[in-house]
Design a protein around this ligand. Structure first.
Ligand code: M6R
Length: 365
């Protein structure tokens, strides 16, 4: 049932090119430079009336929403925010009929996310589900939405659901954007980049053995930091969550600019810092932050764009990601971090598919 893989997590990481193919299939319109998401189920006019997108979710799904936040603002020029589902529910959120609330949940059963859906429904928002499990409670209670089609995710650590969530959020933002200021040319360009996702991710997955080798050098530390900025900031948070969840290493994700505001005090000789320094806007600033970490003796693993010799100079080890659209690059970058966490956990002999204290879906608050 694990298809020859040692763990479900590794199998699911390797399934991502196919999962993404399925999540994208039939949903891109290259002529209009837009996406076809019938599940969003409303007329162009309704979509044009949306004034704010509020995403709710927990854990990895929350991190996907954080990437979505950038996508909605950049592509659709619409105010977007992400809220932890429990926080949304208990803070008496300001919600109106012109808000689109997107509930992001792989399982569709997470108690806090479900409660947020009920709250948003009650307040009359336009609510939509972004679920993987067909017929799940959240998908039923939202009534409309988009399925991931990522296939069953068995491992507690979410991998393919995250990358498919981000891919679908990019397509949602594209659709909303095309009804607003995003031009057809830009739309077509982005659609073409989204279409490349299976191939881009394949190029990362095939580096598994190399990443396993790098992982040996990062497996014996009790603290690890992930840094990134812009689109890669949420990916840094997700990388840290994955590492702590399956390897029991204390890991923190920080915006690279936050380091100097406290966290840098934690760095000592040899502390691992995973720096997301792909060639996207802000890279030079991140490289400056990497330099500050090196000066404190940190060991730096950089995730960089293929062939970026300048960035490689700053790093002790590198994982290379193929060049692609900055928003799209969040997905192959996340896959690199999934493999890194997996191999670190494996070196440490952890129970990868069923980490202690965790359940696949959290149905209590
Ligand atoms: O099924 P959901 O997407 O609602 O689950 C949310 C979180 O419980 C989940 O993403 C959790 O953080 C993962 N185990 C992380 O890998």
């Amino acid at each position: 049932e694990k298809g020859g893989f040692e763990h479900f997590m590794l199998k699911e990481i390797h399934e991502q090119p196919d999962a993404l193919r399925n999540a994208i299939r039939g949903r891109l319109d290259f002529n209009l430079g837009s996406s076809v998401l019938s599940g969003m189920g409303s007329s162009a006019r309704d979509l044009a009336e949306i004034q704010r997108v509020v995403m709710v979710g927990c854990g990895t799904s929350l991190h996907a929403g954080l990437v979505g936040e950038y996508a909605f603002e950049d592509l659709a020029d619409v105010h977007a925010e992400v809220q932890q589902a429990a926080e949304f529910r208990y803070r008496n959120p300001l919600i109106t009929r012109s808000d689109l609330v997107v509930a992001i949940s792989q399982s569709g059963e997470t108690a806090d996310t479900l409660a947020a859906v009920r709250e948003a429904n009650q307040k009359g928002a336009f609510v939509m589900g972004l679920c993987n499990v067909v017929g799940s409670t959240i998908s039923r209670e939202t009534g409309r939405g988009v399925y991931l089609h990522a296939g069953p995710e068995i491992s507690v650590a979410s991998t393919k659901a995250f990358t498919c969530q981000v891919a679908v959020l990019l397509m949602m933002a594209l659709k909303l954007g095309r009804g607003r200021r995003f031009s057809r040319e830009e739309g077509t360009r982005l659609a073409r980049e989204i279409e490349r996702l299976p191939e881009l991710v394949e190029k990362v997955v095939t580096q598994s053995a190399r990443i396993a080798d790098i992982a040996k050098r990062y497996a014996d530390h009790e603290h690890t930091f992930f840094i990134g900025r812009g689109y890669l900031y949420p990916v840094a948070l997700e990388g840290a969550l994955k590492l702590k969840e399956i390897s029991y290493i204390h890991a923190e994700g920080y915006h690279a600019a936050e380091l100097k505001h406290g966290p840098i005090a934690l760095l000592v000789e040899g502390t691992p810092v995973i720096a997301l320094a792909n060639d996207i806007p802000g890279k030079d600033k991140t490289l400056g932050n990497v330099e500050e970490c090196r000066a404190r003796g940190a060991r730096i693993l950089g995730v960089i764009t293929e062939g970026d010799h300048e960035a490689a100079e700053f790093m002790d080890d590198v994982i290379e990601i193929p060049a692609c659209h900055p928003l799209v690059s969040t997905i192959p970058t996340a896959v690199a971090l999934q493999l890194l966490s997996y191999h670190i956990a494996r070196h440490r002999g952890c129970e990868i598919d069923q980490p202690r204290n965790l359940a696949k879906s959290v149905t209590v608050e």
